[in-house]
Every structure is written in C-alpha cells, then in structure tokens.
Design a binder for this molecule. Sequence first.
Ligand code: F1P
Length: 291
Amino acid sequence: MKRYLCEEELNSQPDIWRKTAKFLPSVEDKLPKHGLKIAAVGCGSSWFMSQGYAQFREAAGNGESDSYAGSEFNYGREYEHVLLISRSGTTTEIINLLKEINIPTTLITGVADSPAAKLATHVINMAFADEKSLVQTRWATAVLGLLRAHNGFDLIMAAEDAQEAVDSELGDLVSVDQITFLGQGWTIALAQEAGLKTREAAQFWSEAYPQLDYRHGPFSIAQKGRAVWMFGDIDPDLKNEILATGAILETSKLDPMAHLIRAQRVAIEIAKLKGLDPDNPRGLSRSVILK
Ligand code: F1P
C-alpha cells in the first residue's frame, strides 16, 4: 500500500517532540512572559493549538489568556502580547491581524522569511517541524508541545507515550461510521483538532465537544458502529452512559497529546480505506490566501 507523506510526518512525532524540548531554551525569551494578559491566534489546526495553549496557560496560573480564530480577533480588548501560530506564514487572516494591531507579537512559523514573519515583533522559526503534506500533524503537536513545555510540562516524557501511540493497534476504530471526540479544559482543543483531521483528510463525519456538554444533545448520535473518543479522564457516569449505547468508547492512559496521534492515524487510515489521498484533501491548499 502507498505510504503518504503525512504518515512519515506523523510517525516522526516522538523525535520532533524531543527536538522541540531541546529547542525551547533558545526561544523562550520570545514567548509571552508569564503574568501578561495575552491572546493566542491561529487558523484551522493552528487555531486549535492556540485554544489549547490559552486554556492550559491560564489554568497553570500564568496569566489571563484568550484565543481566537484569525478572523475573529476581539479588537476591543486590551492585550499585552499576542501569540500567532501559522505553519505557512501566508494565511491572510494572520497577516491582516499583524498589520492591524500595535501590541508586541510573537509568530511561531515553519517558514522564517514568510510574509507574516516580516510583520511580527518576534519570530520563532520551527522549520524542523514543517511538513510537506497539506494536512498538519507534527507541526500542530510540536507547537503545542513547545508551549506546554514553556508552561512546565515534561515533553520528553510525553515523547515516550508518542512512540506508544505510533506503534499501537487501531482495531475497530477505522471501521466505525462516525466518531465524536470529547475533551475537558485544554484537551477540548485536541478533540477539535482530531475532528478536523478526520473531516479534512477523510471526509469523515466527526464532531467534538466538552465532555460534560456532550450530554446536552449530541449524545443522541452514539450507537453501535460509532465511537466516542475521550482525550483525558472520562467522567465515570458519562462512561457508563456511553457504553450502554453500544458505541465503542476510546480512552487512553497516554498523555492526551500522544493520544491525538492515534486519532491522526485513524483519520489517515479511514482516508486510505476510502481511496482518498490524505496528503491532498479535496478543496484544500497548504494555506488559505484570500484575494
Ligand atoms: C492553517 C490552515 C491549516 C489547514 C489547511 C489550511 O495554516 O488552516 O490548519 O489544515 O491546510 O491552512 P497555517 O496558517 O498554519 O499555515
């Protein structure tokens, strides 16, 4: 069977996370200082990574942190630093925002001389995590890993879980007809990203919710032949309710970001089973450049 670029890239995540952990001290002074009121911004996968970052930064007591999709920045709020994430550095909403605001900015990008890089106060160039596939896998987790490590998390330990996720069996998860991804706190961003992966790579029906909000309607989707996938610890009552529907329940003892690797793999496998090219999803390009 053909090997796709995204498979090589997602399999490299354990190494890339180790590289990221070593890389952090060289760029730490460019990241928003703890205590500042910040916004984090991105589009697509980069938006979900900015969401996760804002969540765990504030939860760790490191300062008020909001997150926005590039098109939805709240210009009425005052921030002391804005962090932007863009693999390509060519995404229009990110460039427009950088032109518009007069606040110290840090751009994390995979392309050092990109148009966005020319506009940011500080640039963190993570070219070593850039990808050839259109679909983001290791880029997203390397950036989130950098930001987690900056907020006190041990990324080297997580890299061991990442290897387990790369080597694990996917079983029946690749033959279900729908998956609902759940999270809590910062892992809601992982659920969103997992949902995006299955939709963009495999045109597959997936949804994503905070685990306790899932009961408020979308729970009706759960049934035999479908899966519910929790990033992080599942509420014990919710677990029993899901199992009673006959749906497969996927949980893991792995670090939640390593657990995302399993979801990336499921997305790619479903795409392959459907005869789709997961490196070149229908209607997508490496970045969205608006006229
Ligand atoms: C962001 C992004 C990707 C998405 C698609 C279009 O790009 O929205 O998340 O998968 O390829 O671009 P970037 O700003 O991080 O380069």
